[in-house]
Design a protein around this ligand. Sequence first.
Ligand code: SAH
Length: 575
Amino acid sequence: MGMKGKLLIIGFGPGSFEHITKRAKEAIEESDVVIGYNTYVDLISGLLTGQKIVRTGMTEEVSRAQEAVRQAEAGKKVAVISSGDAGVYGMAGLVYEVLIEKGWTEATGVEVEVIPGISAINSCSSLLGAPVMHDACTISLSDHLTPWEIIAKRIEAAGAADFVIALYNPRSGRRTRQIVEAQRILLKYRSPDTPVGIVKSAYRDREQVVITTLEQMLDHEIGMLTTVIIGNSATFLYDEKMITPRGYQRKYTLTAEEQALKPHQRLKPEAEPWALPQFEEEAPRAADIRSAVNIQPAAEMRPAAGMRPAAADTQPAAHVHSAASKPSAYELAMEALLLVQGSRGVEVNHSPVTNPLFGQQSIFEVAVSPGVANKRFTPGQMMLMAELAGESGEIEYTPHHQIILRVPTTEPKQITARLQAEGLLLAPIGDVVQLKACDFCNGEKDESIPYAEELYQRLNGRSAPKELRIGFNGCGMTCYGAVKEDIGIVYRRGKFDLFLGAKTVGRNAHSGQPVAEGIEPEELVETVERIVNRYISDGFPNERFHKYFKRVKQVEGFEHREVPVLVIDNAVCGD
Ligand code: SAH
């Protein structure tokens, strides 16, 4: 064999010379032959210094790769150019495939150098803000070389697992249905208002950047030169930028100069209850997570296994699993999935719709009540609940005067519509704000009901670091126990008294501290809302309100006072 040539497989980035790497530029300069798709050759023509050019059409990738190998074997330095990165739907793999076919090895064959470039997922996201940030994937919608069935499965999987998704090759003249189908699949898993960024010709002439939503993405131009980036369930818009936060639950307070959690604290297990336990002993934490989000262990979500075992019904879910029954990786993955879906702040808390990947039947779970003040179910409402629960669902009465309905279903919307049509009030359960009002002496003491209703409207169901119970009682008798809740509100002589930080369970349970008396009615809702907002933003994940209040010592101007230390040890459940 004569002088050996070399294959330079080059990704030249999005298109502008400012975003090409130094090595890619040099490699083009040092090559004898440049091979590429017409448009790409045009894009880099400014870098050419007399090389021989082999232009090909877009679909001639294989012949392009074969030609490159031939020329290199004939002793030439051959630059094979791809836009973005050559290893991302580019020429790199194809060139290797042609080489392998010929029995190439690194030791005996022509030299190969793959030169990395900025791929569209990176260039496009830089123009949108910071939409990637978290776990992300790229999916090409081109079904020329990949069966649509596989592409659809990947969209499905990425949708279910809450990946940020960059769709490459989203649409061409002939392939127009793929993007419509992709949107349809993703809407099964993500809210219609999920932010979506559409970038055409990033860092090239005629660059276009559009920020829209999953629901409206098809109203915009999408073509061959476009990348579509779909946000995850936490992605938000700010000042026309698409931002995906680093984590699902903020472990940092962006406005505070000093972070509540120091770096070493942030990494502690209690600051990240969702993490995979590192040591055997920590295994029960998975069950804690389960109880925290009110989900069934995955194994028990299967219809065959039915609902939780009856014996465990009165126990918090955390005790269904002992340390001995360590959750499987599958269960943990399901939990992560459920956590993710639960964090979306949807109208009602429910397990995800059937996940086609796991063939999982899911259970829709919701707190049901006849009203904020009204405590009386009608026979019609009871019958409807019984009908919906059927043989495989259940109706549970909780220690917090809640009726929880659990229904195995894939159509939660139909269930909620029927319950609401029957006049029932629905509320999510789990780590959310839950307002419990008294019955206002069967409505006789009704002056303060509008305040309870407004608080319910504004706060009930909002995600919180831990379940947050607000008790609202219409007179100083507080017979529904407002002072025993995290936040207690008592209406008395036309004004409101406020109690904060009760410890609701345990042998060392205590009522809340009276922090204010005689709050003017027009100030009440706003005051409580401020306290709740503060707790939501500054509370550590899983930190109960009374612990939070004790830690921060002061919330929205209300001081925490140390209560005399009780000599009673708290006992764990069952002790
Ligand atoms: N190797 C390339 C991808 C080639 S597939 C890379 O790593 O970026 C072609 C697809 O890439 C296009 O359909 C489009 O979805 C995306 N793409 C490539 N360059 C782009 C650019 N400058 N702006 C927007 N999308 C681009």
